[in-house]
Write a protein that binds this ligand. Structure first.
Ligand SMILES: [Cu+2]
Length: 173
């Protein structure tokens, strides 16, 4: 529990100095301490993370679909496609949408954009961040920041996958 208090107090202090680099380094250290403390992992809903790891498979699902992150911090997201099928048959990506974007509209627009790996050119403004399209046994890691608190939906934009491959990142202050 001590670690949670540290996080709550250290962050605003560091941010008020405007040194983002430093704040990232600090939260990394604190977070690793936190995961090694058994009692700290109990209230999962409120825990924030800077390191998101999501695994996809040939069964067309993401293994985790809800994350909470801190506004303004650099987030690392690793998408792992643990399947064995090709990118053409069972490719997976992860696209994080900006707030207010309709996930169904986006998926529909993306589904015909094979040339750009289902990242629609005319919808760039809807995208907060996205990974590459991955075939079996491929990984991609991206970094991004969320500057405004709230919920952000993510999806796999490969045709037909969005219904079973979507989730939500909640950004908190
Ligand atoms: Cu997919």
């Amino acid at each position: 529990m001590k670690k949670i208090f540290l996080m709550a107090f250290v962050l605003p202090l560091v941010f008020s100095c405007g040194k983002e680099e430093k704040s990232n380094a600090n939260t990394d250290i604190i977070e690793y301490n936190e995961t090694s403390t058994p009692e700290a992992s109990a209230p999962a809903a409120a825990q924030t993370t800077n390191h998101i790891v999501i695994k996809a498979n040939d069964d067309m699902t993401f293994d985790k679909t809800a994350f909470t992150v801190k506004v303004g911090e650099e987030i690392t997201l690793l998408l792992m496609n643990n399947g064995t099928m090709s990118k053409e048959a069972m490719g997976h990506n992860l696209v994080i949408l900006n707030q207010g974007v309709d996930i169904g509209d986006f998926a529909y627009a993306a589904s015909s954009e094979k040339d750009t790996d289902y990242i629609p050119k005319e919808k760039q403004a809807d995208i907060l961040a996205h990974t590459k399209l991955l075939g079996g046994k491929e990984n991609d890691q991206i970094k991004f920041k969320i500057e405004k608190a709230g919920d952000y939906q993510f999806l796999c934009s490969f045709p037909g996958h969005t219904a079973t491959m979507q989730g939500k990142i909640t950004a908190v202050n």
